[in-house]
Write a protein that binds this ligand. Structure first.
Ligand SMILES: Cc1cc2nc3c(=O)[nH]c(=O)nc-3n(C[C@H](O)[C@H](O)[C@H](O)COP(=O)(O)OP(=O)(O)OC[C@H]3O[C@@H](n4cnc5c(N)ncnc54)[C@H](O)[C@@H]3O)c2cc1C
Length: 501
């Protein structure tokens, strides 16, 4: 049954939540069998130098201050960093990196530490360089919609700021309450709105970054068009802290939609999911702003573990379709035509269209809190792939056959972008189960010419699987780029690029 439709302004502000574990994960270096590189160790004289730049209050060496920065959001990997620095300006970052480059001290840049590939935590004793105090909004132009801000601004804070001015950020992630724009740019974060506004390679107009030798790379263009030589900012987007520390970002922001509508569908077979997606594109066109899919296992864990109500009962598959536009009547007409079509054709078995703000929020919670819910069932082996949409369900079944009864496999994600999050859940982490999952999932993806990381990046968890998505000659070119930007390899070592055999 379809409930009333409404035209509330959608504001999904589901904050990411930190979980408490009595059990600490083992060290990342041990779990992933990594060997410390030939870097200097931190000495008292180094601490004195950093204090001379940042003062006493932004240099942290106490375990209680550093420990949280050694653990990732999922508490799945742990590093052994001993020193945390919190610069406030690009000049301070430059002074830190110049010194680290000269003395061969390794550095791990860190934003909100919500990354899921292990990129933001130090593997050994790398210095943690947090951008959390670089959090100023520098300018916003209401004519062009261009926002310029420092790297440590929290995504949700930027969105709140823009909403006041009738604009929004072009990206929206479940971690928006904690992740930073510098981290978003450095991971080329995707999220819910890529289908509408494209990736950060399109919306980020300019980047200021500090390179390993302390050079401040000023590519902070405010213009959409700029064909003056190689566009180096694109190398920084998605480089996961291995090429430079992003200090400022200029980003193109869309106008806040006047009407937003959200529909949740229950669908009995996967071909219905594909047909709904096709019809959504054909009937909703330019107002389609999110197209998410979840399987029954994913939704069931949210309902069971977080006590969130599923308004439409049990189905093998669910979809969330969001529309946003500038004309309520026009958008509603389009949505109704779409709903009539998919109901009449029997593509969708049940659904609801959100009728008030609370309802809209709780529908988004069903999607955005899946990971949080799954973590309450034990250990989650996370993966994030680009594969053709018509193979999503096959992928989940094949991985379930592969792992047998040692884990439960579930699929959900950004269907509109061919991006599936395929999670295997088991009571605890075991290397045996991991070896059943990997490299099986990467081989599977490679056969489809997909990507082994659609939006989460490689960090150290996936770097050894890069060759499933990129040829050796391309990886060699990447190594050359790394050596130009960071000849001493002090920036985020052990991440992104596999060791040369
Ligand atoms: C609940 C939840 C939902 C999520 N949903 C999505 C989603 O839908 N789509 C998606 O893409 N991701 C998602 N993520 C993953 C994560 O939030 C994103 O990767 C995000 O962009 C990371 O930002 P951060 O500030 O937390 O970066 P961090 O985790 O601190 O760092 C991530 C990487 O970027 C580097 N880095 C950080 N800041 C800088 C900087 N200023 N300069 C250079 N390098 C830097 C780090 O070294 C690291 O390699 C989700 C995570 C959670 C916990």
């Amino acid at each position: 049954m379809f409930l009333l439709s409404c035209r509330l302004l959608l504001k999904t502000t589901i904050k990411s939540q930190r979980r408490c574990y009595s059990q600490q994960p083992e060290l990342a270096s041990k779990r992933y069998n990594l060997t410390r590189g030939n870097y200097a160790s931190i000495r008292g004289s180094d601490i004195n130098f950093f204090q001379s730049i940042l003062g006493q209050t932004r240099v942290f060496t106490e375990e209680c201050d550093v420990d949280g920065h050694n653990l990732d959001w999922y508490k799945a990997v742990k590093g052994s960093g001993k020193l945390l620095l919190k610069p406030k300006t690009a000049e301070e970052v430059s002074a830190i990196l110049t010194y680290c480059n000269d003395t061969k001290l390794a550095v791990t840049p860190q934003g909100g530490n919500t990354g899921v590939s292990g990129g933001a935590i130090p593997v050994f004793d790398e210095i943690i360089l947090s951008t959390s105090q670089m959090n100023k909004i520098i300018s916003f132009d209401e004519i062009s919609g261009v926002l310029v801000c420092e790297a440590g601004c929290i995504l949700d804070t930027l969105n709140e700021y823009l909403m006041e001015k009738n604009f929004i950020m072009p990206l929206d992630l479940g971690s928006k309450g904690s992740c930073n724009i510098g981290g978003n740019v450095s991971t080329n974060a995707g999220g819910l709105r890529v289908i509408r506004y494209g990736s950060l390679h399109g919306t980020v107009l300019g980047v200021e970054a500090v390179l390993a030798n302390g050079t401040i790379m000023d590519c902070l263009s405010l213009m959409k068009k700029d064909n003056t030589g190689y566009d180096l900012k694109h190398l920084l987007i998605g480089s996961e802290g291995t090429l430079g520390v992003v200090t400022k970002v200029a980003i193109q922001c869309p106008v806040k939609p006047k009407s937003v509508q959200l529909a949740l569908f229950g669908i009995s077979n996967f071909s219905g999911v594909l047909e709904t997606f096709k019809q959504a594109k054909q009937n909703l066109g330019e107002i389609l702003s999110a197209c998410e899919y979840m399987d029954q296992t994913a939704i069931e864990s949210v309902v069971r573990n977080l006590n969130i109500r599923n308004p439409i009962g049990d189905f093998p598959f669910y979809m969330i379709i969001e529309t946003s536009g500038s004309n309520e009547q026009h958008d509603e007409e389009k949505l109704n035509t779409f709903l009539e079509k998919i109901m009449a054709d029997g593509v969708v078995q049940d659904g609801t269209v959100a009728s008030d703000y609370t309802q809209i929020r709780s529908i988004w919670e069903l999607r955005e809190r899946i990971i949080e819910a799954q973590l309450l069932d034990g250990f989650v082996y996370l993966s994030d792939f680009s594969v053709p949409v018509n193979s999503f369900d096959r992928f989940v079944h094949d991985v379930q056959n592969q792992v047998g009864d040692s884990g439960t496999v579930t699929g959900f994600g950004h269907l509109g972008d061919s991006n599936i999050h395929l999670h295997v859940i088991s009571k605890e982490y075991t290397p045996e189960l991991l070896s059943k999952i990997e490299p099986f999932v990467y081989e599977w993806t490679s056969k489809k010419r997909g990507s082994v990381s659609a939006e989460h990046g490689l960090g150290f968890k996936k770097k050894d699987y890069l060759s499933y998505s990129k040829s050796e000659s391309v990886i060699d070119l990447m190594r050359n780029v790394k050596s130009i930007f960071d000849p001493n390899h002090i920036l985020n070592p052990y991440k992104v690029l596999p060791d040369k055999k």
